[in-house]
Write a protein that binds this ligand. Sequence first.
Ligand SMILES: [Fe+2]
Ligand SMILES: [Fe+2]
Length: 278
Amino acid sequence: MSLEPIELYRDKNHACLMFTDLVEEDGQAVQANQFLVVDGDTGAIIDPGGNLAFNELFMGMTKHFPPHKLSYLIASHADPDIIASLDRWLTSTPAKLVISRVWERFVPHFTKAGKTEGRVIAVPDGGGHLPLGRHELVLLPAHFMHSEGNFHFYDPVSRILFTGDLGVSMTSGAEARVPVTQLAPHLPRMEGFHRRYMVSNKILRLWTRMARQLDVAMIVPQHGAPLIGKQAIEDFYQWLDGLACGIDLFDERAYQLPTDQIDPATRQVRPASQAAGR
Ligand SMILES: [Fe+2]
Ligand SMILES: [Fe+2]
């Protein structure tokens, strides 16, 4: 475990920090990254994470930015590894939550009653430009990648595209600190996740068409290592363009009345044939 963030970008007015390794690795919780973006005296946390990460992220952030000045908690979507710590962030900072309008009335379930009142900026499906200090973050539509109401965040200063669950790889916190410059050897750690979690190839292609219009130096996902450099990023877009995933791969075989038996004692699933021969 390491509390020290990676500096993805820094100039005298602007910084992007990535925390990769805040959660004790016991194999139960997937590795996750959290981000602090600072412009002058304005700060935002992107995808703050769950309760496992809260204490360490709060302490880690405090070394780089005062919590009482935090403007935004920006959530790509409403999954537990993104925003389950919401109650504690709303208590400990004055930040507003920026999240898809689709999740606006669901996120209060993460908090005590009344906590979210006046504190949620609900983003319409088309996205928008959110002021951050002297600059801004672009909230880009990324619906169904994987969540129904889903945004990515482009920082025009660092030219980093924060892509939430898109572009993720299954790694340890230490491995997530090493940027990837060549896509091909990295694909085995990405493929299974994208095939099951991304909703359809149609969505991937609509997204790459939009993303190619941006000048991107780095694609930084919420799990695993960043992709750096023109070649790795173009290879990633091309891989997505050709990837069958989600509903592309589901047919009637996936919707049969089940026959397997679930044993709560062993937590194992046994095929019906084995259970019968017991
Ligand atoms: Fe997710
Ligand atoms: Fe995630």
